[in-house]
Design a protein around this ligand. Structure first.
Ligand SMILES: [Cu+2]
Length: 183
């Protein structure tokens, strides 16, 4: 009996231990699972909190790489030597200018010269011209650049509006290079 009892007790103890162990494992798994879930929940919520400014930032970020402006202005002015020069964005007078724009951006040109100028594209993607033939002093044209790329523009000058205008040297050829980056 005594041994039987002991055996029984041992068996019971063993069952208890095993049972406890199983319970402990289950509890452990449960705690682990709960931890895992809360970690997942944290990650998800972290992602969401990151995502909302990021997703609203995406459009801004997509536009951000292109810090290029969406518009530029140039004037064609009369000078004695070479007859005409360019002034871009109120900068220095030049015969050859480089302009940076974002895709979809536009360049407005005003012809203040004593002769007409027609603005033409000599290289690069297709550009949209409005009022390209500037046929009076103060005439304006707008060139819009829909796609990224490098556009080369020049002007075809016409005859002086009035007689007797003296200039020195051959007439300048005006060149405008427009580098258009993705919007
Ligand atoms: Cu001129």
């Amino acid at each position: 009996m005594e041994t039987e009892n002991t055996d029984q007790q041992k068996f019971d103890e063993q069952v208890n231990k095993t049972g406890k162990l199983v319970l402990e494992i289950l509890a452990g798994v449960g705690v682990f699972a709960a931890l895992l879930m809360s970690i997942v929940a944290l990650i998800v919520s972290a992602d969401r909190t990151n995502a909302s400014p990021a997703s609203s930032g995406v459009s801004a970020a997509a536009k951000a790489p292109s810090t290029a402006p969406t518009s530029a202005s140039a004037t064609i002015d009369h000078v004695t030597r070479g007859c005409h020069v360019l002034t871009v964005n109120n900068g220095a007078q030049t015969t050859s200018a480089t302009i940076h724009l974002a895709a979809g951006g536009s360049l407005q040109v005003q012809d203040n010269d004593v002769m007409p100028h027609q603005i033409v594209r000599v290289a690069g993607p297709q550009a949209q011209f409005a009022g390209a033939a500037m046929t009076h002093m103060g005439a304006r044209s707008t060139v819009t650049f829909p796609t990224p790329g490098t556009y080369s523009l020049t002007t075809k000058a016409g005859e002086d509006y009035m007689k007797g205008i003296q200039t020195l040297g051959p007439d300048n050829t005006l060149r405008i290079k427009v580098i258009v980056s993705a919007a």
